[in-house]
Ligand binder design. Structure first.
Ligand SMILES: [Zn+2]
Length: 248
């Protein structure tokens, strides 16, 4: 089964090195991995992983809303220079998280800057959103041409709004713990469905690190909920992923 892991943090693995994760991902059918930054110090590390694995590790540069205190002055210009250096790079991970920080600022402003850079450079945007439905209301009309609600595990109604705004929906293993998973998984339009590990995070077992090799099993579960044949489902998701990651 061929697939693209549309959201992984190769720089964050502790139990194995990134090279081993890449090798086992390839062996299990991965065509590409989208490696997303969390903090600025990840950017150069991800750049070098992308350079040593051309066309396989696709970099994404951004600042995760949990660590915005590390957003050093001038980050916008430095982020832009990474986007220019990597024409296939995406923007992210970025987003809004009301559980971690109840205050809207500075996260809202920083998110908007990522949105603007994604639009300016015509790059897809990786969005992390947790309990941020209200803030997202101000954003739906203003997002880039391509964006994804990554590791979606929210409410059905939020997903409907995201889809109406043109979002792709990406599921990690976390969705299988959602009480409404059947309705959520079966309601994504066939051409908007993506998969990811969010590795090393979101592992099914506590203390474990999730790996791309678990994605075929995720696709089988998704296929069974959607009443699809697993290979056909995998082909569709791969096609969607290739479409999603393409700059425009
Ligand atoms: Zn992530």
């Amino acid at each position: 089964m061929k697939f693209i892991d549309t959201h992984i943090h190769l720089q964050d693995y502790k139990q194995k090195c990134a090279t081993d994760i890449i090798a086992s991902a390839k062996a299990s059918g991965a065509e590409k991995l989208v490696c997303a930054a969390i903090v600025e110090k990840d950017w150069e590390r991800i750049a070098s992983l992308a350079e040593s694995n051309p066309d396989f590790v696709i970099p994404a540069f951004g600042l995760h809303p949990w660590y915005l205190e590390e957003a050093n002055k001038g980050w916008e210009q430095r982020l832009e220079s990474f986007l220019s250096r990597f024409p296939s790079a995406l923007v992210g991970e970025t987003g809004l998280d009301r559980i971690r920080f109840r205050e809207k600022e500075p996260q809202f402003q920083i998110f908007q800057t990522h949105v603007a850079l994604a639009k300016k450079h015509c790059r897809p945007l990786l969005i992390h959103a947790v309990k941020a439905a209200e803030w997202l209301e101000e954003c739906w009309n203003n997002l880039p041409q391509k964006f994804v609600m990554h590791s979606f595990n929210g409410r059905f109604e939020l997903m409907q709004k995201a889809l109406a705004a043109g979002s792709f929906i990406s599921f990690s293993a976390s969705i299988f713990a959602n009480a409404d998973k059947e309705r959520i998984i079966s309601s994504v339009p066939a051409d908007k469905l993506l998969v990811e590990t969010d590795g090393p995070y979101q592992a099914a077992e506590k203390g474990a690190e999730s790996e791309p090799s678990s994605i075929p099993e995720q696709i089988e579960k998704i296929a069974s909920i959607r009443g699809e044949e697993p290979e056909k489902q995998a082909e569709q998701i791969l096609k969607n992923s290739l479409e999603f990651i393409k700059p425009w």
